[in-house]
Write a protein that binds this ligand. Structure first.
Ligand SMILES: Nc1ncnc2c1ncn2[C@@H]1O[C@H](COP(=O)(O)OP(=O)(O)OP(=O)(O)O)[C@@H](O)[C@H]1O
Length: 595
């Protein structure tokens, strides 16, 4: 309980720190609005008595009635204007809070260690805490002010009812307690339902995404997946919505019962007033006002109870939000030091007895891998699918915590090098590199956007990779948008995208360039060009490339052969051919196709 309340306190503190004016205004408005009903009640009572006197002929004077009518108009108008002002202020605050809190979530998500993305629960939590922060953080504060407002109204009504008979207060109070219990119970159930529905909701939205995604559109048609996807989406959607409907049905039924109970208490109170009229002098205005006060008291009680239940419900969401923001990622994190990257690399990279197991997996993907790379050396890594090549690159990048062993740069352990320093000096283009819907210039300079203004440098990288040839023909040259999801940009072929990605690698001033299948999408001529120029392309850099093309690997200074997560062979093309092992087998197998 204490822990839960501390989450609420945190939300209050956050809102108070960031939106103090809104909090103060809301408090004032709540107090003001809380006093409106009793003022209105008094005006109504006086008005009815005045009109009754005029109609009954006891009074000739109309002025008081008109003045009271005017007061009623003023009350209606002012309260409506104040409420609209409050709504506007709320919206402004919601937008501001939403922006800042969403940013907090995105910061947390984007700085989470990569290993965390492999944990499904991580995605479930993101889905739950990704939207509606602003309103959820404001909600408890608003609820408290609303409770304050209703409380002010309640006290003023109680004072009025007490002045007639204490029994009226008792009847009004008794009607509200069952409502409290029902609302709290269903608030809890709604939250837990949403919690357990998230995985299925995520699956449904994945299927929906496939149905509308541009990238998937071709295959969805080709493999006639429409029915399969639609059915899958519909089943999941229906399952979740049926559960929600079931809960809503139970909730509404309970509410009907509660409303009946409230009406019963109101009728009892009205009976009590009539009974009182036999012994006490009650005017027609008093009767109407007392009836309104009983109803108003119950309304205010319901209001308090509803807002208490909402606080409870929102508290559960806020707790999840803070749990996510404060999530301890240390088990996945790699503690990075601040040492500069050795520049220039003098002794090179050493991988020492590296073993690696993906988080949550029992199986070692890399086992006792040891090798070293000298500065300026060109290394090719070859091996069958799934032999661990990409995993090795991810480890070299320091994206995962190693299970065993160490990676050093000029003898300096990877973890001791400052992160941004590290990524500045190590450039990787993955096999599944991103196609950014940005301009060509941004796509090439993405690792160093601050240098994007240097068009000559962008062009040089594109010339080396071969991208310049087709970029020149585009209407806006290097400022042409790529992709067509957002605007009328240029669509590139797979090979053209790869040339852009290669330019991205060449644009960086990294000392180590790692390319995972850099030529897989290139035509034979472009591929030859890349490999023939490879020395020149990766000038002054240490280069590692993964390739399934043995002819390309042949151009490397040294070839590492991976099999089942282990480093099987290492040497130049000639040495490995002479060895007559796995490399020779792979090489001969490919060579057969070309004879
Ligand atoms: N995030 C992950 N979590 C768990 N296992 C993974 C993950 N990524 C890859 N693996 C597993 O690790 C093994 C090696 O994968 P890796 O991508 O390193 O192979 P690869 O040699 O690069 O293959 P390819 O030539 O097909 O690109 C595979 O069995 C794969 O299933």
């Amino acid at each position: 309980m204490k822990m839960k309340n501390s989450e609420l306190l945190k939300a209050f503190r956050y809102v108070w720190k960031n939106q103090r004016i809104w909090v103060l205004f809301s408090a004032l408005i709540s107090l003001f609005m809380g006093l409106i009903p009793i003022t209105n009640l008094w005006v109504v009572k006086e008005l009815i008595n005045e009109v009754a006197a005029v109609l009954g002929g006891a009074k000739q004077e109309y002025t008081a009635s008109f003045l009271l009518l005017l007061a009623q108009f003023a009350l209606l108008f002012v309260s409506s204007a104040v409420l609209k002002g409050q709504e506007l202020l709320d919206k402004q605050t919601e937008i501001k809070l939403d922006h800042d809190l969403q940013q907090m979530v995105m910061q947390k998500t984007s700085s989470a260690p990569l290993a965390f993305y492999d944990v499904p629960a991580f995605h479930d939590t993101i889905e739950r805490v990704y939207t509606g922060h602003g309103i959820r953080f404001m909600q408890p504060v608003k609820n408290i002010f609303e409770i304050g407002r209703y409380f002010t109204t309640l006290l003023s009504f109680f004072a009025f009812l007490l002045s007639v008979h204490w029994g009226l207060v008792l009847v009004s109070l008794a009607g509200s307690i069952p409502v409290l219990l029902v609302l709290v119970r269903f608030g809890n159930q709604r939250f837990h339902l949403r919690f357990h529905q998230t995985p299925l909701a995520r699956e449904a939205s994945y299927l929906k995404h496939l149905l509308i995604d541009r990238q998937a559109a071709k295959e969805v048609r080709l493999f006639q997946m429409k029915e399969f996807l639609l059915r899958g989406w519909s089943d999941k959607y229906r399952k979740n919505s049926q559960e929600l409907l079931k809960l809503t049905r139970r909730e509404k039924l309970a509410m009907i019962g509660m409303d009946g109970l409230t009406a019963l208490f109101y009728v009892s109170a009205a009976g009590l007033i009539i009974w009182l009229a036999r012994t006490t002098k009650v005017t027609i205005g008093d009767f109407v006002a007392l009836g309104q006060a009983v109803q108003g008291t119950q309304g205010a009680m319901n209001g308090i109870v509803t807002h208490l239940a909402r606080i409870h419900e929102t508290r559960l969401y806020i707790r999840e939000f803070f749990q996510f923001i404060e999530l301890d990622l240390s088990a996945y994190e790699i503690k990075r030091g601040t040492a500069p990257f050795p520049r220039p690399l003098e002794t090179g990279i050493t991988v020492d007895n590296l073993s690696f197991c993906y988080p949550g997996s029992e199986r070692y993907t890399l086992r006792n891998v040891s090798f070293s790379i000298s500065p300026g050396e060109r290394i090719a890594i070859v091996g069958e699918n799934g032999s661990g090549k990409t995993t090795l690159v991810k480890c070299l990048m320091g994206l995962y915590r190693l299970s065993e062993g160490q990676i050093r740069f000029d003898g300096l352990p990877l973890e001791e090098i400052g992160e941004s320093e590290f990524f500045r000096n190590l450039t990787v283009i993955f096999q599944d590199f991103m196609h950014y819907d940005f301009t060509v210039r941004e796509n090439i300079s993405i690792g160093q956007l601050e240098a994007a203004a240097d068009l000559e440098r962008v062009k040089r990288a594109a010339q080396k990779s071969g991208a310049d040839r087709f970029v020149q023909r585009m209407a806006d040259g290097y400022d042409t948008y790529l992709g067509r999801s957002f605007r009328d940009g240029e669509d590139l072929s797979g090979g053209q995208w790869q040339k852009v990605a290669l330019a991205r690698a060449l644009f960086s001033d990294g000392q180590v360039i790692i390319l995972d299948e850099p030529t897989a999408a290139l035509d034979p001529r472009a591929e030859m060009e890349v490999f023939q120029k490879f020395d020149q392309l990766t000038q002054n850099s240490t280069a590692v490339f993964i390739s399934h093309r043995m002819a390309a690997a042949r151009m490397a200074d040294r070839i590492l052969v991976m099999k089942d997560g282990a480093l099987l062979e290492s040497g130049s093309h000639e040495e490995l051919m002479a060895l007559g092992g796995e490399y020779q087998r792979m090489y001969d197998m490919q060579a057969k196709w070309y004879v």
